[in-house]
Write a protein that binds this ligand. Structure first.
Ligand code: SAM
Length: 328
């Protein structure tokens, strides 16, 4: 299966995309009623997706289209060239969707702490209706350039991208005083990636020469540090942590350590329950990696290639009344 995300920021509607895909394609001589793709939209998900057909993904049904695995219709296509569609794995769409659950324009501002190449940034931007402010941090100079290109192509007008280390940002800076939601999709081992389409692997947290256990340990320490830093933002009330790793060391165990840390207790952070974290997604966390607590494990999402996605992990931290906790 090949996934394509519709991007409303480019100014066209998803109905127009359906029309384009479903209108008859011109015949061999270039004649035809209209220059569409002649595809048929299925009402239900079918795997493998039959040739000439597509469907709206049941978990991301407002934006994500599923095509047969060998599909390439977007090559040199205007919808792709103009950013109206973005090639993005299904699992990689989930963090932004979970982050923006219940969002209303005017609620506040958002941060994408680890943004390049920018697939999740552009989806958050779209979920904010390209309004308000989304601060995007990216530490690597090369990857920052990719991020800038991506944001331009995706017509993101509400993103303030900075080539900066998120860990060096000041959570008490007035600039971030209205930030209510933060996405953390930090460097990870990438052990879940089957289809590398939307990832650029340039890991600067670990060295090639590190042994596997040592690499995971370093990554987990860094990931925990990122979550704890995010916990300090004064108005934040929803933080999503995601990895494209299948290792519990980077997933459930990092989340558990974060929840147990002093800063989580001090600032009132808890794990969001399943009902606000794509409840219809069946594969949840591993309780044995979360101190045997099944409720905690139900709160987090795991994805595996057998779910027709890359291996992936998503967790969401929440708190009720951040404003009451602001330092006076
Ligand atoms: N969210 C991105 C997307 O969906 O397109 C992918 C993010 S990738 C897994 C992690 C990114 O975080 C890398 O580009 C890395 O350079 C960046 N990064 C790592 N540590 C960072 C830090 N402390 N501050 C800002 N960016 C960081």
């Amino acid at each position: 299966v090949r996934y394509v995300r519709f991007n409303p920021n480019a100014g066209r509607s998803i109905k127009q995309l359906f029309q384009y895909l479903e209108s008859p394609s011109p015949d061999a001589k270039g004649k035809g009623k209209s220059a569409g793709k002649g595809m048929e939209r299925l009402q239900d998900a079918v795997y493998p997706v039959p040739q000439g057909k597509y469907f709206l993904d049941p978990h991301l049904d407002d934006v994500l289209l599923a095509f047969p695995g060998n599909t390439t219709w977007w090559l040199k296509d205007d919808w792709y060239e103009n950013g109206g569609i973005i090639l993005q794995d299904k699992a990689s769409c989930m963090p932004a969707k979970v982050l923006m659950e219940g969002w209303r324009d005017g609620e506040g501002e958002c941060i994408d702490a680890t943004a390049a190449p920018g697939n999740k940034t552009s989806y958050i931007s779209a979920l904010m209706h390209n309004k308000g402010k989304l601060y995007a941090f990216e530490r690597s100079p090369n990857r920052f350039k990719t991020l800038e290109r991506m944001l331009q192509k995706a017509h993101c007008k509400n993103v303030d991208a900075q080539r900066a280390d998120f860990l060096e940002s000041d959570p008490r800076d007035e600039l971030y005083g209205n930030v209510t939601r933060i996405l953390l999709d930090p460097s990870c081992s990438g052990s879940g990636i089957v289809n590398r389409l939307d990832y650029l692997l340039e890991d600067d947290v670990v060295e090639e020469t590190d042994a596997k256990a040592e690499r995971l340990e370093k990554l987990a320490a860094f990931q925990l540090q990122m979550i704890q830093h995010a916990f300090k933002f004064t108005a934040a009330k929803r933080i999503v942590y995601s990895t494209c790793s299948i290792h519990a060391e980077e997933d459930e165990r990092v989340v558990l350590s974060a929840l147990k840390s002093g800063i989580a207790k001090e600032r009132g952070w808890a794990l969001a329950p399943r009902d606000s974290v794509i409840p219809s997604w069946e594969r949840r966390g591993r309780p044995e990696e979360m101190g045997g607590d099944d409720d905690l494990a139900q709160g987090v999402i795991r994805c595996l290639p057998e779910d027709k996605t890359n291996g992936f992990f998503v967790a969401c931290f929440v708190r009720d009344d951040p404003t009451g906790l602001r330092p006076s």
